[in-house]
Design a protein around this ligand. Structure first.
Ligand SMILES: [Mg+2]
Length: 393
């Protein structure tokens, strides 16, 4: 089998808010075609125009090639060999960032092709169902421009998730920092009261995680507050510091009363090795598309397992990436949760309309997917509806 074409679709929601913090407003969807008539789908979470350029740009020398020229004519089954070739052929422009994200979308699509060609779900190719079920956590998304409204919507979300059968949820609690919503401002003391309110709302029998989205500049400021959160039984605290503050992360890993999670922005196993070996994080959060696809995500999973750490993948795109996270989670023993929100509960029309994730959510857990490949079906109409206007730069 040979790869014959790579289609790139840059998608955006109507009324795109460039100053909003949610990356569920855009997408780069990649469809890889083969001469066997089988095609595969992948997506990645980055600036979609940049990632598309990494694929479609002409090459200028052997270390600055466009990805299309690396993959066209190759056998889609050669995922690891192609990953290495693409990494080397782009190392003057890539190694990290949008080029790796673009490689991730293509690699995801290649695994979809392999599964379809063999009539097997991707998780079977990754090592089969090491876990019989995977527990999804609901991402609880507050709204509001003041702390009171923010707390109320978060508590309402938490109750709704629990009523929908979820056994776990991750609450955003971001009253300052780069992901702060709109005009919202709040203190660390108010953050503590928000966490308390959500824990009270869901009761003790519910795994609660807190995402503060790079809130603090240094470990001491973080510790001053999160040491008070011990009583709330937090499963993990996500991205308390900027990702490159690895010494700060190491201090938190030693002194915070809960697990520390990070990695949603990272590309390649090399960045995760630093995060785990220097930053000492307890929970690594690869995003399958962004880390470099299944090929690289599984390497990160194995590295985490070797070090006795957990994997809880990041996913904030559509059913494509959600399905990819689930396939990976089934194939490893140390992934207690995946990020998951049923399309019906999501406020992004792109996420609702592009495709279903093909997963069965029952009694608070996800069952192994049964369809070949990723098990998703793209809505061709949505590809047209959400197509971004051509670039004019
Ligand atoms: Mg996050």
């Amino acid at each position: 089998m040979k790869i014959t074409a790579i289609e790139c679709h840059v998608l955006v929601v109507p009324g795109l808010q460039e100053d909003a913090t949610s990356s569920s407003q855009d997408n780069l969807v990649v469809i890889v075609h083969t001469d066997a008539g089988i095609s595969g789908v992948g997506e990645t979470d980055t600036g979609p125009w940049l990632a598309r350029a990494a694929i479609e740009s002409p090459g200028s020398h052997s270390m600055a090639m466009g990805l299309k020229d690396v993959y066209l004519g190759q056998d889609p089954f050669d995922t690891a060999a192609l990953w290495d070739r693409a990494y080397t052929a782009t190392c003057m422009s890539g190694r990290r960032g949008a080029v790796i994200c673009a490689m991730g979308a293509i690699d995801m699509a290649l695994w979809d092709i392999k599964g379809k060609a063999l009539n097997l779900p991707v998780y079977k190719l990754l090592g089969c169902a090491v876990q019989k079920t995977v527990t999804p956590y609901a991402s609880l998304q507050p709204e509001g421009t003041n702390v009171e409204l923010y707390t109320q919507t978060l508590v309402a979300w938490a109750k709704k998730a629990k009523a929908a059968g979820f056994r776990a949820g991750k609450m955003e609690c971001t009253l300052a920092g780069p992901y702060r919503h709109q005009a919202l401002r709040g203190t660390d003391e108010q953050a503590t009261e928000i966490v308390r309110a959500v824990r009270q709302a869901v009761g003790p029998d519910f795994a609660l995680m807190v995402d503060v989205q790079y809130l603090w500049r240094d470990a001491r400021s973080c510790l001053r507050t999160v040491k008070k959160w011990d009583e709330f039984d937090i499963f993990f605290l996500e991205t308390p510091l900027l990702t490159d503050n690895l010494e700060g992360y190491a201090q938190l890993a030693r002194e915070a009363p809960m697990r520390i999670a990070a990695g949603e922005w990272l590309n390649t196993r090399h960045e995760f090795r630093e995060l785990m070996d220097v930053g000492l994080v307890d929970v690594a959060q690869p995003d399958v598309g962004r880390v470099g696809g299944f090929t690289e995500a599984m390497r990160v999973c194995h590295m985490a397992e070797d070090r006795g750490r957990l994997i809880v993948p990041h996913c904030w795109k559509t059913g494509i990436g959600i399905a990819a996270s689930a396939h990976m989670a089934f194939a490893v023993p140390h992934c207690p949760f995946i990020e998951y929100l049923p399309a019906a509960l999501c406020d992004s029309p792109l996420r609702r309309d592009l495709c279903s994730d093909g997963l069965t959510f029952k009694d608070g857990v996800l069952l192994p997917p049964t369809k070949p490949g990723l098990g998703i079906e793209l809505n061709a109409g949505a590809l047209k509806t959400y197509r971004a206007k051509p670039l004019t730069i």
